[in-house]
Design a protein. Sequence first.
Length: 278
Amino acid sequence: MSDRKQNWYTRFVKWFGPGLFLESGNPRMDAGGGSAFTLFGSTKRGRKFSLGMKESGIVQLNADATLEIIAGEDNDDGGEDILINSRNGAIDIKVTKNGDVRIYGSNVSIKAEAAIDINSRVIRLKGDDEISLQAPYIHSRGKKGNLVPKTWGQVATFGTFIGADKFDSFIEKGLQQAAGIVNEIDDLAPQLEGLAGQAGALAQGLGDQLPGMQDQLLGAADTLIPQLESFATSDAVAGLQESLQGSVGDIQSALQANSGAFANLGQGLQQITPPSGY
């Protein structure tokens, strides 16, 4: 890929002395694009200062030595002298080498609408008179120190040879496993919801079919009941009834004619002598 053609004829330079000049239209490209303008200054010892603007809109302020901003000499006490306002995006203050970030003032206020996060290897809070924590819920978590609250494991293992840290780690591992089971149940929730939806659709389908099935059963009953009534009053049923009555009468007459055989059965039992011991 060939380099972009640079038009140096649009460059303008104005010198205001040996230590100050103004440049505009420099076509040399960098991360911010070409230079819209740059104001350069330098000391006799070679320390440089520049204020410039890129074609992309980035404004750069560079100084080889200290950069000092002072304001508010004529303002009233308690007013705002220096304002830094970011309309969109973040504000980064970064020390790239061995320096510190220090903020001095009679009172230093840090306010955030959502949260304040402080991350460091060591965090120290020192108050000559008081350190106050005020919140509806305050908690601390750690392995050692007098601020760490006594855990249930420490209370349970007090006076024993069982280390509270081992016991707490065992409990924590169990809680993690329980949390994993809960997560698996949460993963199955969409499938269970799908099955519930299918069951609901099936129940709705059965509910829609029940009125039709009821009508079919009522129709069958209306057809079957007259047929049963007709069969009960038919000649075949009447003839069967008369035949059964005749058969029962014949059996009764035969029993009466042979009643003597059954009458001697009781006397025969009285003549039997049961063995001794019964």
